[in-house]
Design a protein around this ligand. Structure first.
Ligand code: ATP
Length: 207
């Protein structure tokens, strides 16, 4: 279960964390809430943005990883960095140790911008693994069969099955995440998912 949120300074606000394995449909679920007008934050997109725009993050990463992640055209080559960290867990942890605190700061700024909102949604692939689920009032875990997830991501990103499997290896299995979730949402047939999300939204706005 998510810890009761004591670190967020805006008393009225409820933070809903959305997580799930690669291809489970986290982004699609968050788009549902965004379309309803709720403030939505993607930790993964924020990480990518900070890596390409935030000078402090860029220089810290270059200092940590050296010439292997620098290319003649750009100071920090995100493709080289991704190749490096996805085949080496220790390097991934090193990168996460730089990115996670920067994303946490960025999220605080986002919350401050939406301080009057009653509901805010935050999507993160490793919300539970990273421990940041403790800052959410509600943890929503999106699950789908592995074969479905594999097919979705292969189609979405035009990548090989082995590339998706490699990315899956850095995430916990759903069974390990379920005890941390307040709501487990099976996302296979989208109209069914949408109906469940409507119900969940009613609960979130009336309790
Ligand atoms: P990642 O971890 O890679 O960010 P994700 O969990 O955010 O993945 P999405 O990008 O939301 O997953 O979904 C993966 C792909 O599957 C997308 O192209 C999305 O449109 C599609 N998709 C998600 N849910 C469904 C569904 N119920 N029916 C059909 N397609 C779906």
């Amino acid at each position: 279960m998510a810890a009761q949120n004591s670190t967020i300074p805006f008393a009225k606000m409820k933070i809903v964390g959305i997580t799930g394995g690669i291809g489970s449909g986290k982004s699609k679920v968050m788009e549902f809430f965004a379309a309803k007008g709720y403030p939505c934050y993607s930790a993964d997109a924020a990480g990518r943005r900070l890596l390409s725009e935030d000078q402090k993050v860029i220089s810290t990463v270059i200092a940590a990883f050296g010439p292997a992640v620098v290319s003649p055209k750009m100071p920090l080559d995100r493709k080289k960095l991704a190749e490096l960290v996805f085949k080496d867990k220790a390097q991934l942890q090193r990168l996460n140790a730089i990115i996670h605190p920067a994303v946490a700061e960025d999220f605080k700024a986002f919350l401050a911008q939406h301080k009057d909102a009653e509901l805010v949604f935050k999507e993160a692939a490793i919300l539970i693994e990273s421990g940041s689920y403790t800052q959410c009032d509600v943890v929503l875990l999106v699950v789908s069969p592995k074969a479905t997830r594999l097919a979705r991501v292969q189609q979405r990103d035009a990548v090989s099955e082995s590339a998706v499997l490699r990315r899956m290896q850095n995430q916990w299995e759903d069974e390990k995440k379920i005890p941390y979730a307040d709501v487990v949402l099976e996302n296979t047939d989208w109209p069914t998912t949408e109906a469940q999300l409507e119900q969940l939204l009613t609960q979130l706005t009336t309790t």
